[in-house]
Design a protein around this ligand. Structure first.
Ligand SMILES: NC(=O)c1ccc[n+]([C@@H]2O[C@H](COP(=O)([O-])OP(=O)(O)OC[C@H]3O[C@@H](n4cnc5c(N)ncnc54)[C@H](O)[C@@H]3O)[C@@H](O)[C@H]2O)c1
Length: 293
């Protein structure tokens, strides 16, 4: 099995920046790329801030944090980011067309042995891999938000993924400090399928006026021992990301995943969660952005 030394990450949003943080801390040369220069600048600040906090809390030594920051490079194009990578992890928005565009490009610019991974929360890695000439080297690596804190990595075996690729992804996950589960591809894998169901049900309850968002969150935290309520979680994940997942589960697995109309309405209004300053709850520290659609 070829050794992984350089990890490139395409997309420096909520997930991409977190994956860059754990990759660099795991000792990999890490190259982060985004189509928006502002996203890269924010990512750089956030990674530095999170590493500083980890040092303060004595979870990471100051020298390890400095070494990790030194291992991260910021690239201006996916070609530049991926050219020398042994593993590329795609973390662009949850839309099949975007994933396919990136994988088509990566397949052209990367070396034949380079592993191409997607951080998709629900989409078919088999379908994404089918646009490449290396479906055996394509795999799902599903990280969780916030990446530097969450312990799990779901590794998704697509139809053609070979054993060597699964082993390499598991080894990288281990070096990033993650516990790994390997699953056979199925829409939503384990976690997104169950989580989307709970979150959608919560929106139906809110829409039906059964309880306030705060009380629904409180009930799941105190009655079912969930660490976060479903609305706190969806504000963190992004309502648009959750809606994309539900739409896909609805198409592939049937009617029980039909997105709650209230969720659709919030997304249309631009209430995307913490990242836009307002989701189910309001976040006064972030400016409210205008709706994109
Ligand atoms: N947010 C979560 O909690 C979470 C958890 C697990 C997995 N995921 C998955 O991770 C992926 C990314 O989600 P996110 O929440 O980080 O999204 P995000 O919207 O926060 O970030 C996506 C980033 O990709 C960039 N981008 C868009 N098109 C690009 C392109 N062609 N090339 C380079 N960069 C591009 C955007 O500018 C943005 O910065 C999705 O597939 C999502 O389903 C998200």
């Amino acid at each position: 099995m070829a050794e992984i030394r350089t990890v490139a990450i395409i997309g420096a949003g909520t997930m991409g920046r977190g994956i860059a943080h754990v990759a660099a801390l795991g000792g990999y040369r890490t190259v982060l790329e985004d189509v928006l220069p502002a996203a890269l600048r924010n990512a750089q600040d956030e990674i530095r801030g999170n590493l500083d906090k980890a040092v303060e809390l004595k979870k990471v030594s100051a020298s390890d944090a400095t070494a990790a920051l030194d291992r991260i490079e910021y690239a201006g194009s996916p070609e530049e980011a991926a050219r020398e990578a042994d593993l590329v992890i795609e973390a662009v928005p949850e839309e099949m067309e975007s994933k396919i565009e990136i994988f088509t490009l990566l397949d052209k610019v990367c070396r034949p042995g380079t592993i191409l991974a997607s951080n998709t929360s629900s989409l078919s890695v088999t379908e994404i891999a089918s646009v490449t000439y290396r479906p055996k080297k394509c795999v799902g690596m599903h990280f969780f938000n916030p990446v530097h804190k969450m312990k799990l990595l779901e590794i998704v075996r697509a139809l053609e993924t070979d054993e060597e690729t699964i082993s390499a992804a598991a080894e990288v996950g281990g070096r990033m400090g993650k516990e790994v589960v390997v699953i056979r591809e199925s829409p939503g894998f384990i976690t997104s399928r169950i989580n989307a169901m709970i979150g959608n049900e919560a929106f139906y309850m809110l829409q039906e006026g059964i309880a306030s968002a705060g009380d629904i969150d409180k009930a799941l935290k105190l009655g079912l021992n969930h660490p976060m309520g479903p609305f706190e979680l969806v504000d963190l994940v992004g309502l648009d990301t959750r809606l994309h997942i539900l739409e896909y589960l609805h198409r592939t697995l049937g009617d029980k995943y039909r997105p709650a109309p209230l969720l659709v309405q919030y997304v249309k209004a631009g209430r995307l969660g913490r990242k836009s300053g307002r989701g189910v709850y309001e976040y006064p520290e972030k400016p409210v952005q205008a709706a994109q659609n």
